[in-house]
Design a protein around this ligand. Structure first.
Ligand code: MN
Length: 504
């Protein structure tokens, strides 16, 4: 896998040669200063990725050449365009027609405040993004170029934060083009929502979703040596609290089996080049346990995962992990999730998210325990798994579903809460939340939109990341949160239907 930190973004300054040498010298100096300040701000709150300054663009030839270089660059995950002065937009048509990278238009201005008493026409000429950026906006709107627009002064933290959000979404979209989601087995028999058009997913997002037989994993597990398992057991003991129970020998043997699966899965992912994978409890021939702890451990490191062969959700978990990368470690605060059980008490309606085994410990409130319990489904040995409660605070879930002619992301803002009572007998990791705007609206809207029961959950990212991702990749997104009402949401779904069938 490529290092995410290798990615960079190119900063393109638009102008024209009409201004004369002195003004253009100033334009170049100003834009260098902006790039430098965005890369190394005085408050040290840097952008998520590096910005690379490029020479001022003055004509159609240099614009086209620069955009083509950006398209060809493996490192470049997008371009940021800023019209320092007026840049007649017909010059941009040829280049923009070839653009294949995400585009952000930064509508900023070198000077922050209007210097009322001293300003003259020279000042006006050097601070005219107010109309330069509108000219650029016209052509990108008319050409229907996928883009994000951010307006604000470049020195402000809020502007920088928004650029970082977009950068993270652009890197995720870029990574999608190389993403392999290895399916161990097919999606679970007869389940509709986990199925989908893999050709469409590859055309739209770049996702490559190859099938592997469970024997491919077994072969990798057979190569795992005992000392490697011993080493990994030490890691488990130091990082998590192991509940040894009444029969420590039994517990140990079962955890060791998950260690073997984890090490086998690592080999398998390396062999297949996959950064996400799925399992299927109906397809475990030759396996002693359903992978539980093993999946949780890999997700903890940033790998995408979903159960029951749900490759779309596994890919979304990986997408969110990429967006969250480096925020608090590597992809912390993102997990595979499933809507499991409701609390329908009047005035306190809640949703409990969990899965059979595989919730990622990066969303845990405290140090997880490793426990071994029977699993009623799948007919295998009692699997080891991590158990914990989710960390409270603002969070979000999203599902990605195949509507037949397009992919749709359904997202819902949540408030994750600390469970009011102890779960004495629930042997799996769980997250309890209050969906926004309220339980009834959230569930009704989610179901009307066809959002599945499997989701990618995060307590780090908000809807703006998904909006940017959906814009860049050109897929539908519907959002449920504060302010959502069912009649308006229903209409949005109907209008979207018309829009997306027109787009096709
Ligand atoms: Mn499931």
């Amino acid at each position: 896998m490529k290092e995410l930190s290798d990615y960079e973004f190119w900063f393109l300054t638009g102008s024209q040669d009409l201004y004369g040498r002195d003004t253009l010298k100033q334009v170049a100096e100003d834009s260098k200063k902006i790039v430098n300040s965005l890369n190394y701000p005085t408050d040290n709150k840097k952008l998520a990725y590096k910005l690379v300054w490029k020479p001022t663009l003055l004509d159609s030839e240099s614009i086209t050449a620069t955009i083509q270089k950006a398209n060809a660059s493996e490192k470049c995950a997008g371009i940021v365009c800023w019209m320092h002065t007026f840049s007649p937009a017909k010059m941009w048509i040829r280049g923009l027609n070839t653009l294949t990278k995400p585009l952000l238009q930064l509508n900023t201005q070198f000077n922050e405040k209007i210097p009322y008493s001293t300003m003259d026409m020279d000042f006006m000429n050097l601070n005219q993004s107010a109309h330069g950026d509108r000219e650029f906006g016209y052509i990108t709107a008319r050409m229907d170029i996928k883009r994000k627009v951010i307006a604000g002064h470049w020195s402000h933290e809020s502007t920088r934060n928004r650029i970082s959000v977009w950068m993270r979404a652009a890197v995720a979209a870029t990574e999608c083009k190389n993403m392999v989601i290895a399916r161990l087995g097919d999606n679970m028999r007869d389940v509709a929502v986990t199925c989908g058009d893999k050709v469409e997913a590859m055309m739209k997002l770049g996702w490559n979703v190859p099938y592997y037989g469970i024997g491919d994993l077994i072969a990798c597990m057979r190569k795992v040596k005992t000392p490697a398992i011993d080493e990994l057991m030490k890691v488990y003991e130091s990082k998590y609290n192991i509940v040894w129970g009444k029969d420590p020998a039994y517990t140990k043997a079962h955890i060791r089996e998950q260690a073997r699966i984890e090490l086998g899965l690592r080999k398998f992912l390396k062999m297949t080049g996959a950064s996400a994978f799925t399992t299927n409890f109906q397809d475990l021939w030759g396996m002693k346990q359903l992978p539980g702890l093993a999946c949780q451990r890999l997700m903890e490191e940033g790998i995408g995962f979903a159960g029951e062969g749900d490759w779309k959700t596994a890919a979304m978990v990986r997408v969110l992990k990429i967006m969250a990368n480096g925020m608090t470690g590597d992809g912390k605060g993102v997990s595979f999730m499933e809507d499991y059980t409701y609390n329908l008490e009047p005035g306190n309606m809640l949703n409990l998210g969990a899965h059979m085994l595989e919730v990622c410990p990066t969303v845990a409130a405290d140090k997880p325990t490793i426990e071994v319990h029977p699993l009623g489904i799948g007919g295998k040995q009692d699997p080891a798994r991590m158990v914990f409660n989710g960390k409270e605070g603002k969070s979000m879930v999203c599902a990605i579903v195949d509507m037949g002619d397009r992919l749709r992301i359904v997202a819902n803002d949540l408030e994750t809460i600390t469970p009011p009572e102890k779960f004495e007998k629930l042997p799996v990791a769980r997250v309890l939340w209050k969906p926004l705007p309220d339980f009834t609206t959230s569930s009704e809207a989610w179901i009307l939109a066809g959002g599945g029961h499997h989701t990618a959950y995060t307590n780090l990212l908000d809807i703006e990341y998904l909006r940017d991702f959906a814009e860049i990749t050109g897929i539908e997104l519907v959002h449920i949160g504060e302010g959502t009402t069912i009649p308006a949401f229903r209409n949005e779904l109907r209008w979207n239907e018309a829009y997306w069938s027109m787009k096709k």
